[in-house]
Design a protein around this ligand. Structure first.
Ligand code: NDP
Length: 430
């Protein structure tokens, strides 16, 4: 049971008060409190074992996006981000949508893809026939290379063969590409997949009489998709002098612009990834992998387009939907020992990988809604700049009370930039 009342006016509290109310709300169990109080300290020993040539730890703020109702369950979603307004925007969208059922999600079977790229195949037709005939052997060899995942109930399941013809313009040769579909269960599976792919290369060379160029996972995880949808009546969208219908229609139009114009689509999708990356990073997952996969997925029609869509339903409601490839894991990498990642999994009640996908895609959709709504109504700068004022004040050297005073004066002044922040800070200090 989660007592959400404990989290009201969270943004107004001091950090120590937030930790206490998080504990009272039921999201933070007592024995985890100390780790938060210690700022999720990453020890020298762990940091040094994570990367090469380690000389320090680079910190990011870690906060909570509140009010999320996802498939009927309440979540306070941890985010690691340096960008002001991301958490406020996600929380405010989540608050609005929770009154109308929150977010509904669906995830596909989590099937990861490994690929072997083979060149110089003398007779591609014969090679393909032989590969198909030997599918079971290929799968067996892959599974023998990583038997523990098979024991857990996963492993390689099937193959798919792709051919890419030689291309004069790009001066590329003929490529025969063998995909292995692999179930990696709770892991993202990069190491499992790479081990399997490298292990089957000699056998693939033997069958195709070609030369294997490489064997590695594909981050284009088209068979590990997560979809979030949400719905809201027009009346709830009213803003200032704009009616709910007006706002809905503007959001739908903005969605269409991002569908058709790649220059807009990239920024639209960046807004989605503001939320997605922050949760992916907080959960100890590989955000470069999610970024790469998401943008490739946005180009699946042959043109780069919006990842989400917003439409008017027949009864007039605004309906949003977002689908992303999300091959995240709840084990593997640094998830089990990085204090921030551990905290995130704890605060989310140790979701399995499918549920983590659901949470992340719902956050992406919420983030997207807030950005578009702001853009087509009051503009994005109003909210951004008021939060940006604090960053400017800090950049100018403001400390303690000076931060609030300087940022307040900045908000009231005609120009909001570092020079202005410096001037205001000097005034305050006189
Ligand atoms: P790991 O290899 O660290 O962890 C996966 C292992 O966890 C499994 O092999 C399994 O080992 C164990 N495990 C325990 N419980 C489960 C369970 N329920 N389901 C599945 N596995 C379980 O991680 P990944 O293979 O997921 O690789 C992720 C890392 O690889 C990330 O750090 C990523 O940055 C990195 N990476 C990414 C690349 C890319 O995206 N292109 C390329 C290379 C690396 P066992 O069964 O033996 O106990």
């Amino acid at each position: 049971f989660k007592n959400l009342n404990e989290l009201s006016k969270f943004y107004k509290k001091k950090r120590s008060e937030r930790i206490t109310s998080l504990e009272k709300s039921g999201f933070l169990k007592n024995d985890w409190k100390e780790s938060l109080e210690n700022n999720l300290h990453l020890s020298e020993e762990i940091a040094d074992s994570m990367i090469e040539n380690q000389i320090g730890t680079y910190q990011l703020p870690y906060g909570l996006a509140l009010n999320f109702l996802i498939d009927g369950e309440d979540f306070a979603v941890p985010m690691a981000t340096e960008e002001p307004s991301v958490i406020a925007a996600a929380s405010s969208a989540a608050k609005l949508f929770r009154e109308y059922g929150g977010f509904q999600t669906a995830v596909t079977e989590r099937m990861m893809i490994g690929q072997a790229i083979i060149t110089n195949v003398p007779d591609p037709e014969k090679a393909i026939a032989l590969l198909e005939e030997n599918e079971i052997d290929i799968i067996q060899k892959a599974n023998q290379a990583h038997p523990s995942i098979v024991k857990r109930g996963g492993g390689a399941e099937s193959i798919r063969i792709r051919e890419i013809e030689a291309d004069q313009e790009y001066q590329t040769p003929h490529f025969l590409i063998v995909h292995l579909q692999i179930e990696t269960l709770e892991a993202m599976g990069a190491n499992i997949i790479n081990t399997m792919m490298e292990a089957i290369l000699p056998f693939l060379e033997e069958l195709t009489k070609g030369k294997a160029l490489m064997g590695i996972l594909s981050n284009y995880a088209t068979e590990c998709l997560a979809t979030a949808s949400c719905r809201i009546p027009c009346e709830a969208l009213k803003k200032g002098s704009l009616s709910g219908e007006d706002v809905r229609d503007l959001i739908v139009l903005a969605s269409k612009a991002a569908t058709i114009d790649p220059y807009r689509a990239v920024t639209h999708n960046k807004g989605i990834m503001n939320g997605v990356d922050a949760v992916v990073l907080a959960s100890g997952n590989d955000w470069r992998a999610m970024e790469a996969g998401a943008h490739a997925y946005a180009s699946r029609s042959g043109q780069y387009r919006a990842l989400s869509s917003w439409q008017a339903a027949s009864n007039g409601d605004l309906v949003g939907e977002l689908t992303l490839p999300l091959p995240v894991g709840t084990v593997g990498g640094s998830i089990s020992f990085h204090p921030g990642a551990k905290m995130t999994h704890h605060l989310l009640d140790n979701p399995d990988a499918e549920k983590l996908e659901s949470i992340i895609v719902a956050v992406g959709l919420a983030q997207n809604f807030s950005a578009i709504r702001a853009l087509v109504t009051e503009g994005i700068q109003k909210g951004h700049m008021s939060l940006h004022a604090r960053s400017l004040a800090i950049s100018a050297g403001a400390q303690g009370d000076e931060i609030e005073k300087t940022s307040q004066l900045l908000k009231e002044s005609k120009h909001m930039n570092l020079a202005q922040a410096n001037d205001l800070l000097n005034e305050i200090r006189k």
